[in-house]
Design a protein around this ligand. Sequence first.
Ligand code: KG4
Ligand code: ZN
Length: 336
Amino acid sequence: MDSKPLVLAIETSCDETAVAVMRGRDSLLSSEISSQILLHRKYGGVVPEVASRNHLRVLRPIIETALEKANVTVEELDVIAATSGPGLASSLLVGLSAAKGMAAALGKPFIGVNHMEGHLLSPFLLSAEGVLPCLSLIVSGGHTMLIDLAGIGDYRLLGKSLDDAAGEAFDKVGKLLGLPYPGGPEVDKRARHGDCQRYDFPRSMLRSGDFNFSFSGLKTSVRYRIAKLEGDYLDDVCASFQEAVVDVLVAKTLRAAQECGRTVIGVSGGVSCNSRLREAFTVACDRDGIKLVMADAWVSTDNAAMIAGVAVEKALRGEFSDLSLDINPNLALATS
Ligand code: KG4
Ligand code: ZN
C-alpha cells in the first residue's frame, strides 16, 4: 500500500450521515456531514427507522459531494472504509453495505472501522506528533470509557459507565427540563448563566476505588429535585448537574492517568465539546503537569474524518477486512 493511501470513509452509526476523503495521515481532503438532529427533535430522541431511511436518502449525494470537494474520482481511491459498529443496527447497515458494494464494484480493498476507535484517536487526527501513549476518556452519547492507550491498536479498558453514558445523562436531563434534543449543548448553554453550587447533586462512584462511572442516579436526583422546585431554577439546575458530571469525569481521569503513569490525557466524544468540561480539564492538567489533548469540536461529535483516520492507520499496517464482515451493534473496543 502507498505510504499515503487515499481513503474514502463512511459513517452512519447513529443519526449523522458522514463521508470523508483522506490522503495519508496528514491530509484531510473533505469531510461532509448531514445532520438529522432537526428530523429527530420532534420525537425527543433518535428514532432508528427514521435515521436509517434518511441515511439511505442522503448517502449517495454526500459521497458524490465528498469526492467532488476532494477533487478525486472513485477510480483513484485506494481503500473504501465504513463504520461497522457499535451503533444502531439499521443505521450501520446502510453505510457498511454501501462501502462494501463500492469496494466490490471497484475491486478495491475494504476496511471496517470501530466507531469508538475513531473517537479514541480523534484528538490526534492530523496532528504532527501522531498518536501518543495517553490515558484516554471517551465521553459520547452512547459511551463513557477510560482507556489506557499504549499505541495504535494497543488499548486497555480501565472502566466504563455501568448505566447511562455521560451524553445520555445530559440528553435525559435536558428532556426533563423541557429543552430541545439533544440536551447536551442546551444544558451547556444554560449552565453558563447558572450557579453550579445552588443544588448539591450526587457525585456517584467518585470514590468507588475503580474506574467505572454511574450517571443514572444523578439523573433521578435531578428529576426529584425539579419536581419540588418553583420559579426560575433552570440555569442553576443545568449548572449544578453539569458540575456533578464534570467533577467525576475529571477526577477519575486524572486518577487513572496517575495510576497508569501517563503524562498525556486525551479527551474525545460529543461531550468533550462541553465548555465546563474543557475548562475543568485544562485547570486540572495544568495543576498536575499533564499534557491535555482534547479533540477539536468539529471532530468530537460524530463525523467520518475520524473513521478515515483509523482506516489510514489500518491500511498502512495492511489490516484489511473481508467483504463478509457484518455490522456489530455491540462491537467492543478494548478489554480490561
Ligand atoms: O460522540 P457523539 O456525537 O455521538 C455518539 O457517538 O454518541 O456524542 C453525542 C453526545 C450527545 O449526547 C450530546 O448531547 C453530547 O454529545 N454533547 C454535549 C455537548 N455537545 C454534544 N454534551 C454536553 N455539552 C455539550 N456542549
Ligand atoms: Zn460517536
